[in-house]
Design a protein around this ligand. Structure first.
Ligand code: SF4
Ligand code: SF4
Length: 394
């Protein structure tokens, strides 16, 4: 196809180095035993074979992000006030917004992770609310998605509408061939990113080679189960405590699953201050932590990990789906399965939920109502009984 480019393996680092001169470039590299997305540094290398341990969501939604900085104009506590200062002077606060985000490229993002952006958009770019911090980064970021040649036993993108060569939200699809990369632009923005002299026009046969790699990866994923009705199944099990106790028995409430999940998007906001200055930060939060839902009253509606796991699975496969035109908010990346210290497997929970919900006997059909007999005279209230019953129910 015209526009397809070829990048020799030996030129990948040089090309990323070239892009880094004008843009922020995130690419995967090894750090300890993990594969993480960091700003490209030729000295630290690249890892384009192993599946990244984390997703690249922090390019759009940083772990901890400055929303604004502020300074109180009043003197620090205990310091003498300036002569002639009025009460309105001392209550003033100067607010500074952060600098505009730099143009960014994420190289080697996986197809499942690109798919996860579909979960972020309705939240941060919804019809009611627009999050300018997210939107500016989204507009400034080019996604070069790497097609998976191999899949892991924990991958299940095909269960949730994904694909190893997913192009949804991608600007360029990159497929590794035997001696280099086929770069296929998907959007105009992607096309504009492929202008370096290091990139040659792709040979005619390369597209067929890439398709064979994509097909092979699709085949390795196996068949996907039918998840139709998963939302109704999870709703019907909402009050089935035994089911959720069983599913969460091994969970350690460590939060790894949520921090590694490309679709998890919860945050908390804190002000970090020092003397008269401060910054307002938005930081990732995890619904698997026991304090996540602790209310100011002291009540915690999800103090049990069974309730928290129910919420995590329910949010991804039922609540989000009902609110967003059937969109499941799990992209099937499998990270929560691979990195869970306790082997909690969201695929198994979903399958068990479908089986368990199907086994619940439907309620008997309503019976015709018999004609009402004359109502007996209500018994005279017994002193103190109503109070006792109320207490027993409370
Ligand atoms: S990673 Fe596993 S053990 Fe940790 S909170 Fe998630 S389900 Fe529980
Ligand atoms: S729930 Fe698990 S499999 Fe689904 S997107 Fe999150 S980490 Fe990936």
């Amino acid at each position: 196809m015209p526009g397809n480019k070829f990048l020799a393996t030996a030129d990948v680092a040089a090309w990323l180095g070239e892009l880094s001169k004008t843009m922020r470039v995130f690419a995967p590299r090894n750090e300890g035993q993990a594969v993480v997305y960091r700003e490209f540094d030729a000295a630290k290398g690249l890892e384009l074979r192993r599946k990244p341990t984390e997703s690249a969501k922090h390019a759009l939604f940083p772990r901890s992000e400055e929303l604004l900085s502020f300074s109180y104009l009043r003197p620090a506590f205990g310091a003498p006030e300036k002569e002639g200062e009025t009460p309105s002077d001392v209550s003033q606060v100067q607010v500074k917004m952060p600098v505009e985000p730099m143009p960014t490229v994420v190289f080697g993002m996986l197809g499942c992770d690109a798919g996860s952006v579909t979960t972020f958009d309705p939240i941060y770019d919804g019809s009611k609310f627009k999050d300018v911090y997210y939107l500016k980064k989204r507009q400034a970021t080019v996604f070069i998605v790497r097609a998976c040649a191999e899949v892991l036993s924990t991958c299940f993108c095909n269960w949730v509408g994904g694909d190893p060569a997913n192009t949804k939200n991608a600007d360029v699809l990159a497929t590794e061939l035997s001696d280099g990369w086929l770069l296929q632009p998907v959007t105009e923005r992607g096309e504009k990113a492929l202008t370096s002299p290091l990139l040659k026009d792709a040979p005619a046969a390369s597209e067929g080679q890439a398709t064979a790699i994509h097909d092979n990866a699709r085949k390795s994923l196996g068949d996907a189960p039918n998840l139709e009705g998963i939302d109704a199944a999870l709703f019907s099990l909402f009050a089935d405590n035994d089911f959720w106790q069983r599913q969460s028995a091994g969970c350690l409430a460590c939060g790894t699953c949520t921090y590694l999940c490309p679709t998890c998007h919860c945050f908390s906001i804190t002000d970090e201050t020092s003397a008269r200055n401060g910054v307002r930060l938005r930081s990732w939060d995890t619904c698997m932590a026991s304090l996540y839902t602790l209310e100011a009253s002291g009540h915690n509606p999800r103090s049990l990990k069974a309730a928290r796991l129910r919420n995590r699975v329910g949010h991804k496969f039922a609540y989000f789906l009902r609110n967003n035109d059937g969109q499941i908010s799990c992209c099937g990346c499998g990270r929560c399965i691979k990195s869970c210290p306790s082997s909690v497997d969201i695929r198994q929970i979903v399958k068990d939920a479908l089986v368990q919900a199907a086994s619940i006997a439907p309620p008997p059909p309503p019976q015709p109502v018999a004609p009402a007999a004359a109502s007996p005279k209500p018994a005279a209230p017994v002193k103190g009984k109503g109070r006792t019953k109320e207490k027993a129910n409370g």
